[in-house]
Design a protein around this ligand. Structure first.
Ligand code: SF4
Length: 197
């Protein structure tokens, strides 16, 4: 049987620009492909066919960086064998963070941190597994679309509101929402503000 492999868009070393770990250095392992089709998607380049890599090839690439924290992102990582990939990285001693749209329920229990950024068709089971729910807020976002996520906040799970495209009108909307509901947090895309990848 051939070794498991994943379709990879890119692997690069940068800082986490969003949410709870903003400012933290991390290696980003971006898997290729996503079928969600969000209008505002800022990683459409990841929809292109990726490079097929097995676990060993991925670990060799990750070993080039002086950082053991890996953020598996996309595209949508859960459209591939995400539990298998987490297991490969954990076996090599990496700290594994996941970013997913939450539409595909899968076992992420071995990951160290799970961020669910819900779009359409989010699976409630994935919301319950999230350490962070990161909601992108744009002008079309209805207050009711935000409020339904308040039910998932607890000691483990924090809700972050992230202004779509860092537009001022969306920043203002998020600020107002967070001030009215102070257990939520504001997430700006720091890497975009700093103009780093
Ligand atoms: S779910 Fe994420 S990666 Fe997929 S289209 Fe939407 S924003 Fe892009």
């Amino acid at each position: 049987m051939p070794p498991l492999s994943w379709s990879v868009n890119e692997i690069f070393y940068s800082i986490q620009g969003e949410g709870r770990h903003t400012g933290m250095p991390a290696v980003f392992l971006r898997l290729a492909g996503c079928t969600m089709g969000c209008e505002f998607c800022d990683t459409k380049y990841a929809f292109a066919p990726g490079t097929q890599m097995n676990g060993l090839q991925i670990l060799v690439e990750l070993a080039k960086f002086p950082c053991k924290t890996v953020v598996i992102t996309g595209g949508e990582p859960a459209e591939q064998d995400l539990p298998g990939l987490i297991a490969v990285l954990k076996s090599a001693g990496h700290t594994v963070h996941i970013e997913t749209n939450g539409a595909h329920d899968c076992d992420v229990s071995k990951a160290d941190f799970v961020c669910v950024s819900p779009k359409k068709n989010v699976d409630e089971k994935m919301l319950q597994k999230a350490d962070v729910i990161k909601l992108v807020v744009g002008q079309k976002t209805d207050l009711k679309d935000v409020e339904k996520y308040y039910n998932y906040e607890n000691d483990k799970t924090t809700l972050y509101l992230q202004p779509e495209s860092n537009l001022q009108e969306n920043i203002d909307k998020c600020l107002q929402l967070v001030k009215n509901h102070p257990t939520a947090r504001l997430s700006v895309q720091l890497h975009k503000l700093l103009n780093v990848k």
